[in-house]
Design a protein around this ligand. Structure first.
Ligand code: NAP
Length: 282
């Protein structure tokens, strides 16, 4: 990659950000298509987000991904918010059109494409058991609610957060039955496992260095699929156990890949070279 006076700059704002796979993924895509673009990581302290956003306009940075902890706090600093980002209350992609900054959320589309490609899941009418109620869970909720899921049970360690998420989405999607449950309410968890078409883990339990959840997976409905948003390790204990019990199961690398591909397409208007990007992050 040759950096020239004409090279367009893209990047990611996060804190911390040194672990991010986005630079390697996007730079591989830029070089595969021969685009005069480069992608870099910027570690932005929480109190500096407003100044960092202004720098996009000042320096003419063309696009930026947003990760923890800025996905919500960036919103007041942008000029326009796309509908899915509005619903989620979180932005992970910004496009700069001559100083006008528009915020998008590609986590929703990335998740949908990953479950479709990796597990053959169509959210319409499905019964979902969603573990977790943090930022990633909001993306999963939005994806299922906007695509006509039949029923969603949100299970979280801190029950109040499950309740808040369920009631917020319940008010907007009145036809979908959305139920909060405490993660340690094993009786209800077992019952929901037995009737769900898809189990999604959006907690950080099971990440490298963290203990996985102790779920009674034997209760999971026959033919149900399991999607774990965690991609480090590539195969989590949840995915291993689900496969051992004969279920289709996938880790979260696909979601990372497709949210990146969608950001790439928003910025460049070109079809993302998904195979190249996948190879780069693998
Ligand atoms: N594949 C992708 O592209 C992608 C995208 C986004 C996120 N992710 C992954 O998704 C995970 C969650 O991210 P996030 O942004 O939603 O984080 P977050 O906002 O901090 O939420 C973390 C969630 O995990 C729960 N949790 C943490 N430790 C737990 C434990 N030991 N047992 C049960 N629940 C536990 C929390 O419950 P409490 O509310 O009780 O604390 C909360 O619901 C991370 O592993 C992240 O890497 C993947």
């Amino acid at each position: 990659m040759e950096i020239k006076a004409t090279t367009k700059i893209y990047g990611i704002f996060g804190h911390p950000v040194s672990h991010s796979l986005s630079p390697v993924m996007h730079n591989s895509a830029f070089s595969a298509l021969g685009l005069d673009c480069v992608y870099v990581a910027f570690d932005i302290a929480p109190e500096e987000i407003g100044n960092a956003v202004q720098s996009l306009r000042t320096l003419g940075i063309k696009g930026i991904n947003i990760t923890i902890p800025h996905k919500e706090s960036i919103i007041p600093h942008l000029d326009e918010i796309a509908p899915d980002a509005e619903l989620m209350g979180a932005v992970n992609t910004v496009r700069n059109d001559d100083g006008k900054l528009t915020g998008y959320n590609t986590d929703v589309g990335g998740f949908l494409r990953a479950v479709e490609e990796d597990l053959g899941i169509n959210p319409g009418g499905s019964s979902v058991l969603l573990m977790g109620a943090g930022g990633a869970a909001r993306a999963v909720m939005s994806a299922f609610c906007m695509n006509g899921a039949g029923r969603i049970c949100v299970a979280n360690r801190t029950y109040d957060k499950a309740l808040k998420l369920a009631s917020e989405f319940g008010k907007q999607f009145k036809k979908i039955k959305i139920e909060p449950v405490a993660l340690d309410d094993i009786r209800v968890i077992k019952a929901r496992l037995a009737e769900s078409d898809i189990l999604v883990n959006s907690t950080s339990a099971g990440m490298e260095g963290k203990t996985a959840m102790d779920l009674p997976l034997e209760a999971l409905k026959e033919n149900a699929a399991v999607y774990d948003l965690i991609y480090k390790p590539r195969e989590t204990p949840l995915v291993t156990e689900a496969r051992r019990l004969g279920h289709r199961a996938s880790g979260g690398l696909g979601m990372l890949l497709y949210q990146g591909a969608l950001s790439f397409e928003i910025w460049t208007g070109r079809e993302a070279p998904v195979d190249v990007m996948r190879k780069a992050i693998e």
